[in-house]
Design a protein around this ligand. Structure first.
Ligand SMILES: Nc1nc2c(ncn2[C@@H]2O[C@H](COP(=O)(O)OP(=O)(O)OP(=O)(O)O)[C@@H](O)[C@H]2O)c(=O)[nH]1
Length: 617
């Protein structure tokens, strides 16, 4: 749980570990420092003890010699007359203590009268203490108080530092006591201290002996340490408390009063601290790795699931794609896709090449090299498709394709524009619509055909006349029209029956159709028993010619007409021809032809009456 939290916040955990590390290190260092300080205090205390001992030894030694001098002084009243004994005592004292520079007698005038030994102290002979001398006041005080006093340190005439112990000499046998000067013991400080150190077991100490601040003696051992601390002990010599000994630590002292324990504790503490923090850090890393591994596993699982899903979807898509492809390939419709910019065929289904009798490769090659071999109109259609793609519209085209066997197949191609992935495509679905075209043509024909006679009907006539009129106008030519009506047909019907009338109309229609010679000429049933013949480009004479042919053809039929004068069926024809010019209309032509027909009827029937352009109408 904790590891999970730690791995979730690695930076915080790093900071905590770092803080812990720093705290532990600081604690260990401060503990180590405290132990060092304790050891130092212990060393100090030990050194202080040693120094106090030296000071005490020094005091004792001095006191012994001071008392010896004092005893000599006490014997002064006995020996002042016979100084020989006194001098013997002095020499004995000098022999016993070698740290005396000299033992002197100073008279009451402070003049040196006697000095032992003389050798080495010649310069002091006849020395007089004057008030200017630094020890003069001490002499005075000793004289006045009748108490021995130790001088301050001074520089010996022989070199080195000396101390003088002034023992006032009084003869108390006299009343009042007479003052005879001083017995002076001059100590050599260096010898006093050196002897002491030599004899004492603490000789290895490094010490300084000072009078107030003045250094009188200094001793250094080789292993003296340069430390910031030292200890000091006061030394009371002959009631003079201005002396003190300062001792410096030495390596041997420190070695004897310290141990390696703090260092061991420091090292082991540091090692423990580093190990602990390293272990924590490793644990954190491990937790992080574990979490990363877990996350990675989770991601991997998700990825596997996703891939399985994608694979499944891919399989489905592939199956769907295959199904789509199969459906597309086996569709009756030709499906092909044209990519634009550049314009190229990107897909065509199986129906395309099967229906045309080629392999796919062959068809692709033909389309690439000679598309007109497949589609005669290919070039123009290609331009139309480009326009269609540019305006993004949809359209249906009627095209014709030629099969390998040379058969032409009509194709209705539905084209849809589509933009995908930054490119324009035209989805083309082509269908063989020959049957529809035939049906349409048939319907068209039926819509234009007269049911009874099979001729064009009145509707076709109206359209054809307009069309031919426009054509004639474009060509600046004439247009001819015959209006033909069966003579006495009512009587025919009445006598032979309506069915016979129908048959007769059929025969007439057939005959007229068969006698039309030129292309574009059309015979139409204008209504009832009336017919109209459109003669494009025919002037009035050509109309007359056609009318003659028609009369002949009708005559040839020899359809019996019981009520007719000729005994067979005849027709009357009104013919008209007009140039299709500005100001003229097809209705004018009909009107003229009608008028001519009327006149032909009126003139006795079975004849043609003409209205040319020049006729007044
Ligand atoms: N059998 C048959 N008769 C038709 C058809 N259409 C029109 N008729 C007849 O044709 C006759 C035309 O008669 P009318 O207009 O009087 O003219 P007509 O008898 O031919 O006399 P004229 O034209 O003056 O020579 C009518 O009796 C109509 O019934 C048809 O489709 N079949």
């Amino acid at each position: 749980m904790l590891a999970q939290r730690a791995s979730r916040h690695p930076q915080v955990t790093h900071a905590i570990i770092s803080l812990l590390f720093v705290t532990l290190i600081a604690g260990i260092l401060s503990g180590w420092q405290a132990m060092l300080n304790a050891e130092q205090e212990q060393s100090k205390a030990r050194l202080q003890l040693e120094t106090d001992a030296i000071a005490e030894q020094l005091q004792i030694r001095f006191e012994m010699q001071a008392q010896a001098l004092q005893r000599l002084g006490d014997r002064w009243p006995l020996h002042h007359d016979n100084r020989h004994f006194w001098e013997q005592d002095v020499r004995a004292l000098l022999t016993g203590f070698n740290n005396f520079q000299a033992i002197e007698w100073l008279d009451s005038q402070y003049r040196l009268q006697w000095i032992e030994p003389l050798a080495g102290n010649e310069e002091a002979v006849d020395f007089v203490y004057t008030p200017a001398h630094s020890n003069y006041s001490v002499l005075k005080q000793a004289q006045n108080t009748q108490t021995p006093l130790l001088s301050n340190s001074f520089t010996l005439l022989q070199g080195g530092h000396g101390l003088a112990y002034f023992v006032p000499l009084y003869r108390t046998t006299n009343e009042p006591a007479s003052f005879d000067g001083f017995l002076i013991g001059v100590f050599r400080v260096e010898v006093l201290l050196a002897d002491l150190l030599r004899e004492e077991r603490n000789y290895q100490l490094s010490i300084d002996f000072r009078d107030e601040e003045q250094l009188l003696f200094s001793h250094r051992t080789e292993d003296t340490l340069q430390k910031s601390w030292s200890v000091s002990s006061p030394v009371l010599l002959g009631r003079n408390s201005g002396f003190h000994i300062t001792a410096m630590p030495t390596a041997s002292l420190m070695a004897s009063s310290t141990t390696h324990l703090p260092l061991l504790i420091l090292i082991s503490g540091l090692l423990a601290c580093v190990s602990l923090c390293y272990a924590l850090w490793l644990a954190l890393l491990s937790a992080q790795r574990l979490q990363a591994l877990s996350a990675s596993n989770h991601q991997l699982q998700q990825e596997i699931v996703r891939r399985q899903s994608v694979e499944e979807s891919l399989h489905q898509n592939q199956a769907q794609y295959k199904l789509l492809l199969d459906m597309t390939n086996y569709s009756h419709d030709a499906l092909f896709i044209i990519g634009m910019n550049p314009q190229e065929l990107v897909y065509l289904n199986r129906t395309c090449w099967i229906s045309l009798g080629y392999t796919e490769e062959e068809l692709r090659q033909i389309i690439a090299i000679a598309p007109a071999d497949i589609m005669p109109d290919a070039l123009r259609w290609s331009l139309e498709l480009r326009e269609l793609a540019e305006r993004g519209g949809n359209s249906i085209y009627q095209q014709h394709v030629t099969t390998r066997q040379g058969k032409t197949i009509p194709l209705e191609i539905s084209v849809q524009h589509l933009n995908r992935y930054g490119r324009a495509y035209l989805i083309c679905v082509g269908r063989n619509n020959s049957e529809q075209l035939e049906v349409a043509a048939r319907l068209q024909q039926l819509s234009q055909q007269d049911g009874l006679t099979g001729l064009y009907n009145r509707r076709y006539f109206d359209e054809a006349l307009d069309r031919e009129w426009r054509r004639a106008r474009r060509q600046s030519g004439p247009l001819g029209l015959l209006m033909l009506d069966v003579d006495h047909f009512k009587a025919f019907n009445d006598s032979l029956g309506h069915q016979a009338g129908d048959d007769a109309l059929k025969q007439l229609a057939k005959a007229m159709s068969e006698n039309l010679l030129r292309e574009g000429e059309a015979v139409c049933r204008y209504g009832g028993e009336e017919f109209a013949v459109i003669l494009p480009g025919a002037d009035i004479s050509q109309c007359a010619e056609v009318a003659r042919h028609l009369h002949a053809a009708v005559k040839e039929l020899q359809i019996a007409h019981p009520s007719s004068r000729q005994s067979w069926l005849t027709v009357s024809i009104g013919a008209a021809s007009l140039p299709a010019v500005e100001g003229e209309h097809p209705e004018s032509l009909i009107s003229l032809a009608d008028k001519a027909l009327y006149q032909a009827k009126a003139a006795g029937r079975n004849q043609t009456f003409l209205y040319g352009a020049d006729d007044p109408g």
